[in-house]
Design a protein around this ligand. Sequence first.
Ligand code: SAH
Ligand code: MG
Length: 198
Amino acid sequence: MNKNELEKIKKEALDEHIPIIMDDTLHAINNLLKDKKISKILEIGTAVGYSAICFTKFLNDDGKIDTIEREEDRYKKALENIKRAKVEDKVNVFLGDAVEILPTFNNKYDVIFIDAAKGKYPFFLSHALRLLNKNGIILADNVLYKGYVMSDYNKHKQRTAVRNLREYLKEVMENPELETQILEVGDGLAVSKIKNYL
Ligand code: SAH
Ligand code: MG
C-alpha cells in the first residue's frame, strides 16, 4: 500500500465531506484486527475507498476485500483511489445497492464492516450473520449516530435511522451466538464477535 497516496486520498475525501471512517475508529479496529490472519473482508459502504484501502493491511498475502457502493461517482472515485494506493489486486468494488447485492453473495467472510444506510442495518445484519465465518467478527460504524440512538429524543427527522440502529443494537446484544461491545469511538462502533472468536 502507498502511504503517501493514502494521506492524499484521506485529505481529498475530507475536503469533499465524504463521511470516511474516523481516526479513533480506525485505531480501535486496528487493535482488534492487527494480530489476526484475515483472508476475506466484506465492507458495506465503500464511499471513495478510504477504509477499504486502510483495511488491506490486515489481510494475509492472498487476502481480499469485497466492498459495495451504490453511488456511481463514488464507485468510480473508489476504483481510482484503490489504483493510486496500489491495492487493486486486493479490493473488489461492487457497484449497486447492497440490499440487492448481498442476497446474491454466498462466500464466507472473516470480518464484515457495516458502514452504509443506517435504516438498513438490521437487514445488513441478517446477511452478515449468514455470510460470517464461524470465528468471524462484525463491525458496525455510526451506531450511536451523534448521540441520538442512546437518548430519548425521538422527533428527529432521522428517526427511521435511529429506530433501525436501536433495532440493530438490540439484535446483536440479544443474539446468543455473539458477544457484543459498543465502543464510544468516532460515531460509535459496535463490535460483535462470534462466541468462539479466537
Ligand atoms: N466506509 C467508507 C465510508 C462509507 S460512507 C470509509 O470509511 O471510507 C457510506 C457509503 O455507503 C456512502 O458512500 C453511500 O453512498 C453508501 N451506501 C449507503 N447505502 C447503501 C446501500 N444500500 N448500498 C450500497 N451503498 C450504500
Ligand atoms: Mg461510518
